[in-house]
Design a protein around this ligand. Structure first.
Ligand SMILES: Nc1ncnc2c1ncn2[C@@H]1O[C@H](COP(=O)(O)OP(=O)(O)OP(=O)(O)O)[C@@H](O)[C@H]1O
Length: 332
C-alpha cells in the first residue's frame, strides 16, 4: 500500500473514496444581442462514497444526473470544484498519468481504438504507450482474444467492425495494462442480446478471477441485475440510494407481477391481500404483489382454488422503481 499517504489512512479499505466532492460548471447563456447570463450548474453536489477493492458497483441515475462528471473526475479528466477524491490513494487530477497506469476506462459511445487501422495496431500502440512488459502484454492479449472472441477480428480495420465487436475490442484495449479498476460507461449500449451476454460474462469473470474493481454506469438495468450486488443511484449530483439492488425495490415499493393462465375465462381471481388482479385478458390474469414478498404463498393460494394451466413471475422494471423513488423524495 505504498500509495497510501498519512491522510488516506482513515479510509484505507476504500480503493475509491469520495468525500463531499463537488463539480460546478459555469455556463454562459446568450440572453440578448450583447447580453450574456452566467449560470452555475452543480453537476456533482457533495458526493461521498467508498468502493472497496474488488467490488463491482452499479452507478445509475437519470440523464444529466452527474454520472459522467463523476467518472471524469475519477479519471482525472476533470478537477473537482470541492471536496476530496482518491483512487488507489492517488489524487486523480493532480497525478493523472500515474493513475492512468492503474485504471481502465470504456466509454460505450466513444471508441479509443484507431478507426482506420486493424484492431491489433491499437493494441500494439497501447503496449508501447503504457510500457507494458512484453510477457504481460502477450498474456493479457491472449486472454482477452480468447474470452472476448477477437481472434478473427485482429486484422480487421476498426471501422469495419460491428458495434458489438468494436465494444469487445474497446474492453480488451482498456485491460491490456492490467488495471486494478475499470470504469465502464454504458458498455452494452446498442448491443444485441448475444453480444450483451458475452460482455457481461467477460466482466463477471474479470471481477471474480482478477479481483478487478468495477464501476458500471448503464441505462440497461439488466446489466446491474446480472453483475452488481451493490447499486448507487445518483440524481442532481447527489447520492439517493446506496445498497443492494433488492433494497432499491423496497425503497421504491415496487411490485412484481404474477401472470396466471387459467383453464378458462373466469372472473378476477380473489387473491389474498395485498396481491390484486390488475389485468384480465381471456383466461390470462395479471396479479401485482410487493416485490419484497415471496411469490410462493400467493401461488399456493391460487393453485388451491383455481384451475391453473401455467404461471410466471415478472420482475419489476427498475427504471420505474427509480422514478417512483424520486417522486416520493420530491414530495417528502
Ligand atoms: N462541460 C460542461 N459544461 C457545462 N455543464 C456541464 C458540462 N458537463 C456536464 N454538464 C452538466 O452537468 C450535469 C451532469 O451531467 P453528466 O454528463 O455528468 O450527467 P450524466 O448523469 O452522465 O447524464 P447522461 O446519462 O445523460 O450521460 C448536466 O446538467 C450537464 O448538462
Amino acid at each position: 500500500m505504498d500509495d497510501v499517504r498519512d491522510d488516506d489512512v482513515i479510509h484505507r479499505d476504500d480503493f475509491i473514496r469520495l468525500d463531499g466532492v463537488e463539480k460546478v460548471f459555469e455556463v454562459r447563456r446568450k440572453t440578448g444581442f450583447l447580453r450574456r447570463e452566467r449560470r452555475e450548474v452543480r453537476a456533482v453536489d457533495g458526493l461521498s462514497f467508498g468502493v472497496a477493492r474488488g467490488e463491482m458497483v452499479g452507478y445509475i441515475g437519470p440523464n444529466g444526473a452527474g454520472k459522467s462528471t463523476t467518472i471524469k473526475m475519477l479519471t482525472g479528466i476533470l478537477t473537482p470544484s470541492g471536496g476530496r477524491l482518491r483512487v488507489a490513494g492517488i489524487d486523480p487530477s493532480r497525478e493523472r498519468t500515474r493513475l492512468a497506469r492503474r485504471i481502465g476506462v470504456v466509454f460505450g459511445q466513444r471508441t479509443t481504438l484507431w478507426w482506420d487501422l486493424p484492431l491489433i495496431d491499437s493494441y500494439r500502440l497501447a503496449h508501447r504507450m503504457y510500457r507494458i512488459p512484453d510477457a504481460r502484454y502477450r498474456a493479457n492479449l491472449d486472454r482477452c482474444v480468447e474470452l472476448l472472441e477477437l481472434g478473427a477480428l485482429l486484422d480487421v480495420p476498426v471501422r469495419q467492425l460491428s458495434l458489438g465487436q468494436r465494444m469487445r475490442g474497446d474492453i480488451a484495449a482498456a485491460l491490456l495494462h492490467d488495471p486494478e479498476v475499470l470504469y465502464l460507461d454504458e458498455p452494452t449500449i446498442g448491443l444485441d442480446v448475444v453480444s450483451k451476454a458475452k460482455v457481461r460474462g467477460f466482466l463477471r469473470e474479470l471481477n471474480t478471477e482478477r479481483g478487478t474493481t468495477v464501476l458500471l454506469t448503464t441505462h440497461d438495468l439488466q446489466d446491474i441485475e446480472q453483475l452488481c450486488s451493490r447499486v448507487m443511484v445518483i440524481d442532481h449530483g447527489r447520492l439517493m440510494y446506496d445498497g443492494p439492488l433488492a433494497g432499491l425495490h423496497e425503497v421504491g415499493e415496487s411490485e412484481r407481477t404474477l401472470v396466471v393462465d387459467l383453464e378458462r375465462e373466469l372472473p378476477p381471481i380473489d387473491a389474498p391481500a395485498p396481491a390484486r388482479v390488475v389485468r384480465v385478458e381471456g383466461p390470462r390474469q395479471w396479479l401485482a404483489f410487493p416485490a419484497s414478498a415471496s411469490a410462493a404463498g400467493l401461488v399456493a393460494a391460487i393453485a388451491a382454488a383455481y384451475p391453473l394451466v401455467d404461471l410466471s413471475v415478472r420482475e419489476p422494471d427498475i427504471e420505474a422503481v427509480i422514478a417512483k423513488m424520486y417522486a416520493e423524495r420530491a414530495g417528502a
